[in-house]
Design a binder for this molecule. Structure first.
Ligand SMILES: [Zn+2]
Length: 287
């Protein structure tokens, strides 16, 4: 994938450079044009507002943290699904009819249900930045489709780990809607096969052990290299290769903002870090 330059990974904290560049001072109302409001904001959110204002090609990278605020459980967190149920490895799914049956049983048992989740104020804030032409792309590790549901056009959402709301044939990539698979499976355990090529049908998510989607990874890299501000929101930045993008953005000269309720390994190289909830932070920074 993209070349990482380890020596640059240890770039000293650049927050002081950033502060100098933006010359942020709440008393200087002309920076934001709404100084009255700015004076009431916490300084880190005011700084985020200022960064968004001076940026023209923003990429927002989202992880589980933004979706947990919509009630979707974090797969990998301390109380995550993967701590209760062992994930089915892609090769096991391919190799065994029983594993495929188990996979569909889990899918339709309700344990991982996402269909009823609604976008929260964080998704809506990002969507408003997309529609204002500020955000060029959202790169997401989430599979819930909430960015699209919040009004961001499909072509501006890059789903690194796929999408759980439909299925595809692994051979010819024909799309299958879940409702068409659910009924026969619940009736007599019928496992779906592609009606065009006979291939194996799987939810359109990327499982452990499954290759990353080549086209999406390339689009994400291109967007990252073109951005002037990269905002990573709600990701622990531990799952690679996805977590390489914020590092790449920073190495390429973009400013890097991290919003996460816990510290991440990249906090030390970012320009601004906010350890808060995503929705309240972004909605104050964007409205
Ligand atoms: Zn097929």
């Amino acid at each position: 994938m993209f070349p990482l330059k380890p020596e640059l990974c240890h770039t000293p904290q650049t927050k002081s450079m950033l502060t100098g560049y933006l010359s942020y001072d709440p008393k200087r109302e002309n920076i934001m044009g709404d100084g009255t409001k700015l004076n009431k904001l916490p300084s880190n959110i005011a700084e985020l507002r200022a960064l968004i204002r001076v940026s023209e090609r923003i990429v927002v990278f989202t992880g589980a943290g933004i979706s947990t605020e919509s009630g979707i459980p974090d797969f990998r967190g301390p109380n995550g699904i993967w701590n209760k149920v062992t994930p089915i490895d892609f090769n096991d799914f391919l190799a065994s009819e029983e594993m495929r049956e188990e996979s569909w049983r889990r899918k339709f048992s309700g344990d991982m249900k996402m269909e009823n989740a609604e976008p929260n104020v964080g998704h809506l804030a990002i969507s408003s930045l997309v529609n204002a032409g500020k955000v060029t792309h959202i790169i997401t590790q989430n599979v819930d489709g909430l960015h699209q549901k919040s009004g961001t056009p499909d072509e501006q959402v890059i789903e690194l780990h796929g999408n759980a709301s439909y299925a595809t044939c692994l051979s010819c990539y024909k799309r299958f809607e879940l409702d068409a698979i659910r009924a026969p499976f619940l009736q007599d355990g019928t496992i779906p096969h592609c009606d065009v090529c006979g291939g194996i049908v799987k939810t359109a998510t990327i499982s452990f052990g499954q290759p990353m989607p080549v086209e999406e990874m390339q689009r994400a890299e291109d967007a990252t290299l073109r951005c002037d501000l990269f905002i990573a929101a709600g990701s622990s930045l531990t799952v690679y290769p996805a977590a390489g993008f914020p590092r790449l953005a920073k190495q390429n000269g973009a400013r890097l903002v991290i919003i996460n309720n816990q510290a991440t390994d990249l906090d030390r190289i970012c320009d601004l870090v906010i350890h808060e909830q995503i929705g309240p932070t972004l909605s104050q920074a964007v409205d």
